[in-house]
Design a protein around this ligand. Structure first.
Ligand code: ZN
Length: 618
């Protein structure tokens, strides 16, 4: 055991940045002109953003060339404009192995590429979850055969002539131990819960993201009392017609869940909760209803035909929380089974907001290039939505906004250019978080400018709606700037560009939150334990105490044995408590604030005696 028994008082709370660890995947990623290269971009994006696995990409390039050729052949044939028919059958009888049958029609000369799960959301080698991949339709006139390639994620389907082919494989969970981050990004197969998505669980032909498909999904063997929830509904026979990206970004989950169907503006929203929680599902249902209602009104889009939300617990209470947006569904993994907090509600609002930003604003060729918008503007809106939904008071909104301003102001990547951020290693958490923070700050600043320059006739949301109106065009930084120029003058657009792309510090505009809110410089500190954080996990012997740090001043010294600790990781304003055994064997408890470097940062504050609360941006 690497660390002395952790006392029950120990609470390791992930940093807020981790609570906001989110991705969106439900976006059409390619340009219609070259679906396949766009697909390659997706891979590169995830590889670059989450794990540095360039060699794999280089290796894949050859196959992408091959894929490209195959698709071009397909484009030349008249059948290419017809939706491709596929049928998936999931046999759920054995909870440890989902037996998948894929029926397709091989309708072109030459071999067809089959894609196995590869990498998604930072996870790699996802093909390890797939076994027994084989043809089960031995028709002599077609004579189909599967052949592996040098890349385990790419197989080739050969046939003598066009015709129907049936392929089967088994999907299993390729990891073990408690469910904790980041295993939720791999296929989960438990006796009472399964969850996988189009990227980590399906073997499919190589199809361009925007190509039309007509796909049926059948589920057999669902255990008594278990619920099925996917991107395409809750029945055992499901159907999807639309762009292939809808399937790649689909979520398939089921198990022993409590469900509620909410009515949001006359349309159903299915809420499914797996596991035991201290808070009642009705409490979440009420809040989810309010959040979705507020977002749909904001987007003036009340006719969302169906939407689902699935919530499951991490086994590991230290995993914080995270969510992902998929086609018409979002999923959440939460560690805190006892509290449905404002952070959780905010996370829900964030993921649901991705339904429109960026998913509804046009195809996105490279999500990372516009992450400051797709993630950052979403981060800005997630709390304004909560306030509009009545789930945050204006003063709570202000508190949360100040936390964002603080996190942004203290970010070591605050002045990194967009190009710098794209080059930074995937493991750099600050680089990962920067677009969320930067974008939220740009949104606040721009909302104030739109209000000022249009004399209150327009709001930031009008810009969002204008972007949606132009969704036939791909969503790029240039289109965002161009659309913004309809609401603000050219120097303002140039400033947005410099904030977003050049890393110029975004100011907090005085008066942006109403007459009674002043922007003042306040001291803030970076989070710094004052000793080597590895001491918390390794032998429990304190090492690397910085002389003069708060820890040092409290009496923490090298060589002390750590018996337990309580801290809010990333929060310099919450006291750290250490239980230590000194070299002389005596135990003592020390507390201190984990403050590192001091900075003066802007904070928005209510002016004493001024009657109005903050004006929440629209
Ligand atoms: Zn997001």
């Amino acid at each position: 055991m690497p660390f002395p028994p952790i006392q029950s008082t120990v609470t390791i709370t992930p940093p807020q940045s981790k609570l906001f660890r989110k991705r969106y995947t439900s976006i059409a990623i390619c340009s219609p002109a070259d679906n396949l290269l766009a697909a390659a971009h997706t891979h590169t994006f995830f590889v670059r953003r989450f794990r540095n696995r360039r060699p794999a990409v280089v290796k894949n390039l050859l196959y992408f060339l091959l894929l490209s050729c195959v698709l071009r052949c397909a484009a030349a044939s008249p059948a290419a404009s017809q939706p491709r028919d596929l049928r998936f059958t999931f046999d759920l009888h054995d909870p440890a192995h989902i037996h998948v049958t894929l029926d397709l029609v091989h309708n072109r000369p030459g071999p067809e590429v089959l894609l196995l799960p590869s990498h998604w959301a930072g996870q790699t080698e996802l093909y390890r979850a797939v076994s027994h991949l084989q043809i089960t339709s031995p028709q002599p006139n077609i004579d189909p055969a599967l052949a592996p390639t040098a890349d385990p994620a790419l197989w080739l389907l050969h046939t003598r002539s066009p015709g129907p082919v049936t392929i089967t494989y088994d999907l299993a969970q390729d990891w073990s131990g408690p469910l904790r981050h980041p295993f939720e990004h791999r296929a989960i197969l438990r006796p009472d819960l399964f969850e996988f998505n189009g990227e980590n669980g399906l073997v499919t032909p190589a199809i361009g993201a925007a190509s039309p498909v007509d796909v049926t999904f059948d589920f057999i063997g669902l255990a008594q009392g278990q619920t099925l929830v996917t991107s395409f509904g809750a029945g055992t026979h499901q159907h999807f017609a639309g762009p292939w990206s809808g399937v790649r970004n689909a979520l398939f989950t089921g198990g022993r869940m409590s469900t509620r169907t909410l009515d949001v503006g006359g349309h159903p929203v299915l809420l499914a909760l797996y596991g035991q929680w201290s808070f009642p599902i009705d409490r979440i249902a009420a809040d989810v209803g309010k959040i979705l209602d507020a977002e749909r009104h904001l987007w003036n889009d009340t006719a969302v035909p169906q939407y689902s939300i699935v919530i499951a617990p991490y086994d590991d209470p230290h995993s914080g929380g995270g969510g992902s947006g998929f086609t018409d569904i979002s999923n959440f993994f939460l560690a805190d089974r006892e509290h449905f907090t404002a952070d959780t509600a905010s996370l829900l609002a964030h993921e649901a907001f991705h339904y429109w930003n960026p998913a509804g604003l046009g195809t996105v060729a490279d999500t990372q290039q516009i992450a400051w918008f797709g993630e950052g503007f979403t981060r800005f809106y997630q709390d304004t939505v909560l306030e509009h939904a009545g789930l945050l008071t204006p003063s709570e909104y202000l508190t949360r906004l100040n936390l964002t301003i603080r996190e942004y102001s203290l970010s070591p990547r605050i002045n990194a250019t967009q190009a710098d951020l794209e080059r930074m290693p995937a493991a750099d958490q600050f680089a990962y978080q920067e677009p969320y923070l930067r974008g939220a700050m740009i949104a606040l600043w721009l909302s104030s400018e739109i209000d000022r320059q249009t004399g209150g006739r327009n709001t930031l949301t009008d810009l969002m709606l204008a972007l949606r109106d132009g969704r036939a065009e791909p969503l790029t930084a240039d289109r965002i700037f161009r659309t913004a120029s309809r609401f603000v003058d050219a120097p303002t657009v140039a400033r947005i560009r410099s904030f977003a792309l050049d890393g110029v510090t975004v100011p907090v505009p005085e008066g942006s939150l109403g007459e009674c809110i002043a922007v003042r410089d306040r001291p803030a500190w970076t989070f710094d334990l004052g000793f080597d954080t590895a001491s918390l996990h390794r032998a429990g012997i304190v090492q690397g105490v910085e002389q003069g740090s708060n820890a040092w001043q409290a009496g923490v010294r090298d060589g002390q044995q750590l018996g337990g600790f309580s801290l809010w990781n990333g929060n310099p304003e919450r006291e750290v408590t250490l239980t230590l055994r000194g070299i002389d064997g005596r135990r003592e408890r020390l507390t201190f604030l984990p403050r590192g470097k001091r900075f003066d940062i802007p904070q928005a504050e209510q002016i004493p005696g001024c009657p109005q609360g903050p004006r929440i941006p629209q």
